[in-house]
Design a protein around this ligand. Structure first.
Ligand SMILES: [Zn+2]
Length: 66
């Protein structure tokens, strides 16, 4: 059986892309202020930047944003 990932570099590249994809999905669909709060602190939960930025896309895609 042929291996799909032949070198460690290929495995790291695929793993990195999966990690980036999961992070992008979280930011686009689920973040309610937690991620910016890591840098901004408590005001980020009121500002809710990613929720406001991607709000229409979230509703169009059927994610329950509120
Ligand atoms: Zn909404």
């Amino acid at each position: 059986m042929e291996k799909i990932l032949r070198t460690p570099a290929e495995a790291w590249a695929v793993g990195g892309m999966i990690l980036i994809a999961v992070l992008a999905l979280y930011v686009l669909a689920f973040d309610q202020g937690f991620l910016p709060s890591l840098a901004q602190g408590a005001p980020a939960f009121d500002l809710n930047f990613f929720h406001e930025a991607f709000h229409d896309a979230r509703h169009a895609a059927g994610f329950p944003c509120h």
